[in-house]
Design a protein around this ligand. Structure first.
Ligand code: AMP
Ligand code: MG
Length: 467
């Protein structure tokens, strides 16, 4: 396999990472590879035996500069000064055919100095979940990390039970997080903080002239990202500052899930006891995370008091930016290309009806374009009254088809793929992957079942980081 590496993070001050190679595994076998993504990255030969060894961490490809990155973060609001790539190794970077630089990282590749007692490994469950959900998110036009390959390791991983080990090869615009900035800010390491800032501006935000403009640009991207999540019923589940990508991509698919029946208080993550990262809390947490980013940038500013005022104002621009993106997204879902302020109420009234009746989020919006959304409701008179208001707005059917996915990686389907995968049967994973990467295609006999909500027995109400 040839990977055209062009590494830049490895040239930053050495204390920002630990140069090291992945730990080899016993007997790697391919789960799947992503030919389209490989082509977009200019990578040849992903289906060779040599590639399998590379995706397993057993061999380091020519031109790689493998390393584990240091970072910190607020986890569920609590400060943790020392996190980092505890189970991941950055192989290096490539500049894709679109000119965008991207990281290639192995996740589940063995312990690092940042493992904090963990084994550095992953089992097939979280690897399959990340692969399915990140590729589905990409297909739905959401900025996200991607999946290039997944392998099983031929080794066991010990959690509460014995599980088959696996490694995912993740591609991201970078793996730099809010927590990466926090790591150096907290240590008062101005040189590293400045080097990181310069690196991020050159790499992701070349139009920014300094920390203030960087902050504005990150806030704008993050507000749009969370509005996208909301418009798809996506719940990230661990919006810790170490899981917030500075490039504005969705990253770290742990206990994430899509809602079936709509309710704003929905939480899936078993560790999110108080619902900090519930669906409806995501925008508020987004602003909170941007406040932490702003705080980490303040030490770079010559006039601290003035910077606090300016950066506070910047963080306060998050909510209106989010609201604007939210209205644009939900407007499009209703077929309204230029939604007005009144349309905001049209959307929230529909969401209220959906909440009361437990309507399926994805199918209700998909059905609006096919004139059978009424079936999704119990109180049909209330829906009819809403529909009359909506129809008066003259919705555009083509816009709705392009804005409402028919197939999402529903939790019970993801769990089904994982259960089979644990026992060595990959068919359910492959079929689901094929379906969720064509989210807007008309349903066929082969895909219709993936649009069906779970039955009472199939419902999955809890998800786990399951690292
Ligand atoms: P997460 O909540 O998945 O984003 O992970 C938080 C932190 O825990 C990161 O620093 C991870 O690298 C680390 N971590 C998670 N799982 C493991 C593991 N199995 N071994 C070592 N470190 C881990
Ligand atoms: Mg993380």
């Amino acid at each position: 396999m040839k990977i055209p590496f062009d590494n830049s993070y490895a040239t930053l001050p050495p204390r920002m990472f630990t140069a090291m190679t992945p730990a080899p595994v016993a007997q790697p076998q391919i789960i799947t590879t992503n030919a389209g993504l490989a082509a977009a990255l200019g990578i040849d030969g992903i289906d060779t035996a040599e590639a399998t060894q590379i995706f397993a961490g057993n061999s380091v490809p020519d031109g790689a500069a493998p390393l584990a990155q240091a970072y910190a973060g607020h986890q569920f609001g609590n400060w943790n000064p020392q996190l980092g790539d505890g189970r991941a190794i950055l192989l290096g970077e490539v500049i894709g055919t679109n000119g965008i630089r991207r990281d290639i990282q192995l996740k589940g590749s063995g312990p690092t100095p940042y493992s904090r007692g963990g084994d550095g490994r992953a089992w097939i469950g979280p690897v399959m979940r990340e692969y399915l959900v990140s590729e589905a998110m990409h297909a739905m036009g959401v900025p996200t990390t991607r999946a290039l390959a997944a392998v099983t390791t031929g080794e066991n991983v010990y959690r509460e039970e014995i599980l088959p080990g696996a490694i995912i090869t993740r591609v991201a615009q970078s793996h730099i997080r809010v927590g990466t900035f926090q790591f150096f800010a907290a240590r008062g390491d101005m040189q590293a903080l400045q080097a990181l800032t310069d690196h991020v501006i050159a790499r992701h935000y070349p139009d920014a002239t300094g920390p203030a403009e960087l902050l504005d640009a990150v806030i704008a991207n993050y507000a749009k990202l969370i509005a996208k999540w909301m418009s798809l019923g996506f719940i990230h589940g661990v919006m810790n500052t170490d899981n917030v990508s500075i490039a504005g991509e969705t990253i770290d698919y742990g206990p994430c899930a899509f809602m079936d029946a709509f309710h704003p208080d929905t939480v899936f993550s078993a560790i999110d006891q108080y619902g900090r990262y519930a669906y409806s809390n995501q925008p508020g947490i987004g602003a909170w995370n941007m406040a932490q980013f702003a705080t980490a940038l303040i030490p770079l500013m010559p006039d601290r008091d003035a910077a606090i005022d300016d950066f506070t104002a910047a963080v306060h621009r998050f909510p209106p930016l989010y609201e604007q993106a939210w209205l644009a997204n939900f407007g499009a879902k209703l077929g309204l290309a230029t939604p007005t302020d009144d349309d905001q109420k049209l959307v929230t009234d529909l969401l209220d009806l959906m909440t009361k009746d437990g309507a399926d989020f994805t199918n209700t919006f998909a059905a609006l374009g096919q004139h059978n959304a009424r079936d999704q409701f119990i109180n049909r008179d209330a829906f009819d009254a809403w529909q009359a208001r909506w129809q008066a707005r003259g919705p555009d059917a083509a816009l709705m088809t392009a804005s409402n996915p028919k197939i999402i990686p529903r939790n019970h389907r993801v769990e089904e793929a994982i259960s089979a995968g644990r026992n060595g049967d990959l068919a359910a994973f492959h079929n689901l992957l094929a379906a969720v990467t064509q989210p807007y295609a008309p349903l066929t006999d082969a895909t219709a079942a993936y649009a069906r909500p779970p039955t009472e027995d199939e419902k999955v109400t809890r998800t786990f980081c399951g690292t």
